[in-house]
Every structure is written in structure tokens, then in C-alpha cells.
Write a protein that binds this ligand. Structure first.
Ligand SMILES: Cc1cc2nc3c(=O)[nH]c(=O)nc-3n(C[C@H](O)[C@H](O)[C@H](O)COP(=O)(O)O)c2cc1C
Length: 178
């Protein structure tokens, strides 16, 4: 059963790459601030490899998350499926981040803007309509993480199911008291 749970998680994560409405398409990414404490934000899952448990997101290379990951190359992902009442908490190491013109060039123009604002993300502005973009000078980055640990929790009656899998246990898994 432990293995079936992990396999289903992988299946759902793959499905989130294809189906825009899948609850695992959006996740919360936690990084550590230089001055201490966590920083959370929502991001879109852009890539997932069920064989090596690598995950990828896209971002702007000037964003805080990049600075934080450079200082502390560790992160956590939180996925929540509100219809199946499943929570996944994944501990990850940053593997690499790189500009990827082959991806950026094929994005629709509206998406290119997400990585091409002239002002740094987080800059103070007077009016949201004054933001300008230079699509030719983008700051697109693909960030790749590798999972170290996956914790699964499903709320159900009479017994909730909580299990944990880690690279150091060869992803075999064990049940935990919920
Ligand atoms: C629905 C939604 C999806 C988002 N997807 C992404 C994303 O894929 N990548 C990203 O860098 N920011 C994304 N954001 C914006 C982040 O949540 C965050 O505000 C931004 O990246 C700045 O974060 P940082 O300054 O902590 O790095 C998304 C926000 C929302 C509300």
C-alpha cells in the first residue's frame, strides 16, 4: 500500500502538468530569508520527472526566491487537493537554475510578460498600469529541484493516512501516526 500511495502521488503530479485545473498545478514554495524566517509564495508546477523526482518551476531571475535559494539551496513545496483532501509536503534541494531561450521563445506573448518587466519584481510603483515590458530582454529562468522527502496525508474516516518517503530510505516509505 505504501508504494501504491507514492505511485498515485507521482501520477497526480504528472497529471497536473497536462490538466490546467488539476489541484497540484499550483503549489506553495517555501524558501528561507537571508535575515531568517520563511518566505512563501504560489507558483506553477512546470515540470516533474517521476523517475528521479525532479520538479521545475519558471520564474524571474531577479526575484527574491532566487536570491534566497542562492543563500540556502533548500526549499519546501506544499500541494493540496481540496476535493480528495490530500496534502503533500516535499523537501527539496535546489539542483540548478538556468535561462532557457528555447522555452521562453515559445511562450505566448502574455506569458513572456511575466518574465520581462523593465522594473525589478517588488519595485514600488504608483500605478499597476505603469509597468512596462521589454520582451526582448527577458529574465526568464527555469529552476530545477530534486526531492529529498515526500510526506503524504489523506484525511479520511475512520482513519487518516499519513506516510513518509525519503531518499535516505530509498523511497520505501513508512506510515506515521496522523
Ligand atoms: C496563481 C499564481 C501563480 C503564480 N505562479 C508563479 C510562478 O510560476 N512563478 C513565479 O515566479 N511566480 C509566480 N507567482 C507569483 C509569486 O507568488 C510571487 O508573488 C512572485 O514570484 C514573487 O515572489 P518572490 O519575491 O518571493 O520571489 C504566482 C502567483 C499566483 C497568485
Amino acid at each position: 500500500m505504501l508504494n501504491l500511495i507514492l505511485e498515485d502521488c507521482k501520477k497526480q503530479l504528472c497529471s497536473a502538468l497536462i490538466h490546467k485545473k488539476h489541484p497540484f498545478r499550483y503549489l506553495t514554495l517555501a524558501t528561507l530569508k537571508k535575515e531568517g524566517g520563511p518566505n512563501l509564495r504560489t507558483v506553477v508546477l512546470r515540470d516533474f520527472n517521476p523517475k528521479n523526482l525532479e520538479f521545475a518551476i519558471y520564474s524571474d531571475i531577479r526575484s527574491s526566491k532566487i536570491k534566497e535559494l542562492k543563500s540556502f539551496p533548500e526549499a519546501q513545496f506544499l500541494f493540496y487537493d481540496s476535493s480528495r483532501l490530500i496534502q503533500l509536503i516535499i523537501d527539496l534541494n535546489l539542483k540548478k537554475f538556468f535561462t532557457a531561450p528555447s522555452i521562453y521563445n515559445y511562450l505566448p506573448e502574455s506569458s513572456k510578460r511575466d518574465y520581462s518587466s523593465i522594473l525589478m519584481p517588488g519595485s514600488e510603483i504608483k500605478n499597476p498600469d505603469e509597468v512596462q515590458y521589454n520582451l526582448k530582454k527577458n529574465n526568464f529562468v527555469k529552476i530545477v529541484f530534486e526531492a529529498r522527502k515526500i510526506e503524504y496525508l489523506k484525511l479520511k474516516r475512520p482513519n487518516h493516512i499519513r506516510s513518509v518517503y525519503s531518499v535516505k530510505d530509498n523511497w520505501e516509505g513508512k506510515f506515521l501516526a496522523p
